[in-house]
Design a protein around this ligand. Structure first.
Ligand code: HEM
Length: 152
């Protein structure tokens, strides 16, 4: 399971990279009133794909590393911030972000004007990135700290 944890740790940087690329494209596209290009489509497609893989790895960790089974003793586990974060908060917020990314991509496709596409991109992907940034167990978040880079 350690290899899955290492991948889940490192893939976060790809998620953030593609997320920020998408955000940058939506900002320059919307405020610069430029056309919606293949580059815009590519950035949010890569963002969605990395989120999909991250969800898959996360689910494997959730069920294999004993987080799911801790839901049985919900009362006691909720009192501990570390267990609460990994059994409930991380999962819920990241799932929400994943749903926003998927709804976002579908509504960008459906939008009929380039400006509307950039606007949808900005709203849905912007919200998803905020949720993701807020729900990562960064090393500076004392109670739930995990390393910047895990290599073993
Ligand atoms: C974009 C989405 C996500 C990002 C950026 C992300 C990021 C991270 C990071 C950085 C860690 C710490 C890894 C380490 O200790 O080295 C972690 C741990 C974890 N994540 Fe995620 N995660 C995401 C989505 C999910 C989802 C959707 C789930 C569950 C379905 C999940 C389940 C877990 C679990 C269970 C752990 C703790 C693993 C363990 O120590 O046993 N993650 N996540």
């Amino acid at each position: 399971m350690q290899i899955v944890l290492i991948l889940h740790n490192l893939l976060r940087w790809a998620v953030l990279l593609f997320g920020l690329w998408t955000l940058l494209n939506s900002l320059t596209g919307y405020f610069g009133k430029r056309n919606f290009t293949a580059n815009d489509n590519r950035s949010n497609l890569f963002f969605m794909i990395t989120c999909d893989i991250q969800l898959l790895l996360g689910l494997v960790l959730y069920f294999s590393n004993g987080w799911f089974s801790r839901l049985k003793d919900l009362g006691n586990n909720m009192k501990d911030p570390y267990t609460r974060f990994f059994t409930m908060e991380h999962l819920t917020m990241m799932l929400l972000a994943w749903v926003l990314v998927h709804i976002g991509r579908a509504s960008v496709k459906r939008a009929t004007t380039d400006n509307a596409k950039h606007k949808k991109m900005l709203i849905f992907f912007g919200l998803a990135i905020i949720l993701i940034l807020a729900s990562i167990p960064w090393p500076f978040r004392e109670a739930i700290a995990r390393p910047w880079f895990r290599i073993n």
